[in-house]
Ligand binder design. Structure first.
Ligand code: ADP
Length: 280
């Protein structure tokens, strides 16, 4: 090969480098594609679950509004009878004192349910748009502030909350606060009435990550529910607790934004351990 030709031909090193770069961008593309597919699945699931969960209170509102309309028709025809037998009085009394208030109660409960589902969705969407302000976090201080907000409840119900020395991590203070507030809140909320409640928070460092564990000796979660509890609005016993099945969805979303992760070890009837990984 002449010197001229050599100078315009890429060298073996150039080709290797180009190949390496191409492989790297293909890998990156595949990773982004996977991420997009998983986001799409998540979005489809949110749309499905949300429309299902919003539909049931709406069906109730519709049904009980019709009941009220029927009750009012009945009432009108009873009043038009122009008689005053005790039987007629009792019928009117039942409609005014029982049927209509009962239907109204269902309408009010269902519309409050819809309101809390919608405000939950709004919180989730705000979280998606909020910018992260990451900084080094003193987790001992953060955790003891969180635990002190459960102090009254712990004292009242005789719950023991134990915090070990924790490694620091890097994250958005208010969002990381939300994560552990939810996890400790759940640990306290789902304790077993059969024994004294004990909640332990511990942590360690591993491969540039800080790992935290929130452990409880509560009612535990059966294997078939363990993945599902992170889904939006999923509850093992809907209506039994004050929440609306959104806490763990928010926790998972916050950890994804921090390149962290969460997983669970739990045994029904014995308790749960929730692990959180965050950049150190
Ligand atoms: P919420 O507590 O508002 O219902 P979450 O998203 O925080 O919603 O939790 C979803 C469900 O997972 C809860 O309704 C409960 O059934 C179950 N769960 C969460 N944490 C625990 C726990 N520590 N022990 C037992 N069950 C739990």
């Amino acid at each position: 090969m002449t010197e001229d030709l050599k100078s315009i031909m890429p060298s073996r090193d150039d080709l290797n480098r180009e190949m390496f770069e191409r492989n790297k961008s293909e890998e990156e593309l595949a990773r982004l594609n996977d991420q997009l597919a998983s986001k799409n699945r998540e979005l489809e699931q949110i749309v499905y679950v949300t429309s299902h969960d919003l539909r049931s209170p709406l069906v109730n509102i519709n049904g009980f509004s019709r009941e009220i309309a029927t009750s009012l028709d009945d009432l009108k025809s009873l009043l038009l009878r122009r008689e005053s037998s005790p039987e007629l009085k009792e019928k009117i009394h039942n409609i005014i004192e029982k049927d209509i208030p009962e239907s109204l109660k269902f309408i009010v409960t269902s519309s409050s349910k819809m309101d809390s589902l919608l405000s939950g969705l709004l919180r989730l969407s705000r979280l998606g748009r909020a910018e992260l302000k990451c900084e080094g976090l003193n987790m001992n201080k953060l955790m003891s502030d969180i635990v002190s907000s459960f102090e009254f409840q712990a004292k009242e119900s005789g719950i023991k909350i134990d915090i070990s020395i924790l490694p620091s991590c890097n994250g958005d203070e208010s969002q990381i606060n939300q994560v552990f507030f939810n996890l400790i809140g759940n640990a306290v909320k789902y304790l077993s009435p059969e024994r004294q409640g004990v909640v332990k928070v511990s942590g360690y460092s591993e491969d540039g990550q800080s790992v935290y564990c929130v452990e409880d000796n509560g009612i535990g979660i059966a294997p078939e529910h363990q993945e599902k509890i992170f889904e939006i609005f999923y509850q093992l016993e809907p209506g039994q607790s004050a929440g609306e099945g959104l806490g763990l969805t928010i926790v998972k979303r916050i950890l994804e934004k921090h390149n962290g992760k969460i997983w669970l070890e739990s045994e029904k009837g014995r308790g749960s351990r929730v692990y959180v990984h965050l950049p150190a």
